[in-house]
Design a protein around this ligand. Structure first.
Ligand SMILES: *Cc1c(COP(=O)(O)O)cnc(C)c1O
Length: 341
């Protein structure tokens, strides 16, 4: 298979249309067979439910080339399951989970020339979407839907070396106590755009959101879960039913206990405990872990001992182990790797 003529290690994180995408339509109460399409554009009626009332959700996962030349995906069954849960909360028909995984396989295979080679640091980002397409003006769920999966090659996240992030404690809220913070809805991102632009304008990389009911517990950032390391090397992550169940975070907690023999805790973490941790990271599919060097709470700086130049030692071991599992250098737990080719 000849690869696209791309300088893989210089790629950024942007959209590049590839040859094929998966499309399926829901109408009259059923999903059609679905098929691969060459058309990157979507034609919608002006009154489509997704445009009027933001009835849309997404997923994000990656395919990559392993050390021994296979193309694999990391735990796509969990993305399928999470998208079903999101769909139900938004009154959308879930795309069947086995068909989701099969569609991921088909679309990656069809775009094989776009899967970055091993060692380039680049990966093929896979973006499934589900949204309501028929016209609604009175507030109600759509009756017709699109399910689509496109892929786009993305460059190494830490191009030019690792740069720990500076976060701020946000005055905005991300998720209401009985709202939609736990699902991957587009609307959660729409309302975070102002907060992120404002954070960037003030010189911060990201917002840390607190629980909106009491504003005393740490939740997550706009698009990644938080992970902390205690001074006695325990890996701790916030427990809350208004944060998104990151697949990366769940996998890292298993890596911490099963591969590194570290203690792990998922529990409520008060903002007041922030100064007691020795390391902090953000976890999500895009970067696996981004180290956090500093969190600023209204002028008060909490600086982690790992500093602003490198990953902390435990964060580094977590990162190396999980990326080693993903790239086929370290044996994976059963079911974590789906071999596509
Ligand atoms: C997608 C997402 C994450 C990361 O989840 P992964 O499954 O690890 O990619 C974290 N927080 C939010 C709000 C998200 O939307």
């Amino acid at each position: 298979m000849t690869k696209e003529n791309i300088n893989w290690s210089e790629l950024g994180f942007g959209y590049i249309p590839t040859d094929w995408r998966w499309v399926s339509n829901f109408k009259d109460g059923a999903w059609d067979e679905g098929m691969l399409s060459r058309d990157p554009n979507v034609l919608l009626n002006e009154c489509a439910c997704v445009i009027q009332y933001a009835q849309t959700c997404f997923e994000g996962l990656k395919a990559y080339t392993t050390e021994d030349g296979h193309i694999v995906c990391f735990r796509p069954d969990l993305n399928a399951q999470r998208m079903s849960e999101t769909a139900c909360r938004l009154e959308m028909p879930p795309y069947p989970e086995d068909k989701f995984v099969e569609a991921v396989r088909e679309v990656v295979l069809a775009n094989e020339s776009w899967v970055p080679p091993y060692g380039s640091g680049a990966t093929l980002y896979i973006r499934p979407n589900l949204y309501g397409i028929n016209s609604v003006i009175g507030v109600k769920p759509a009756t017709e839907y699109h399910f689509r999966i496109f892929v786009t090659p993305v460059g190494p996240y830490f191009k030019g070396g690792i740069r720990p992030l500076t976060l701020r404690i946000s005055d905005f809220d991300r998720a209401a106590p009985r709202g939609t913070g736990h699902i991957k809805a587009g609307l959660n991102y729409a309302m975070s755009l102002h907060a992120i632009v404002d954070a960037h304008n003030q010189g911060f990389d990201e917002n840390v959101y607190l629980d909106s009911a009491t504003r005393t517990y740490l939740e997550e950032t706009g698009g990644a879960n938080l992970l902390f390391v205690t001074k006695d090397n325990k890996v701790v992550t916030p427990k809350s039913n208004t944060i998104l169940k990151s697949i990366t975070r769940r996998s890292l907690m298993v890596v911490a206990s099963e591969y590194l023999g570290l203690g792990t805790e998922e529990r409520e973490i008060p903002l007041s405990e922030l100064g007691e941790f020795s390391e902090c990271g953000l976890c999500g599919t895009a970067a696996v872990i981004s180290p956090v060097g500093k969190i600023v709470d209204h002028g008060k700086e909490i600086c982690f001992p790992s500093g602003m130049n490198e990953m902390g030692p435990v964060t580094r071991r977590l990162y190396d182990t999980l990326t080693g599992i993903q790239m086929g250098r370290i044996p994976a737990p059963k079911g974590w790797i789906t071999v596509i080719k």
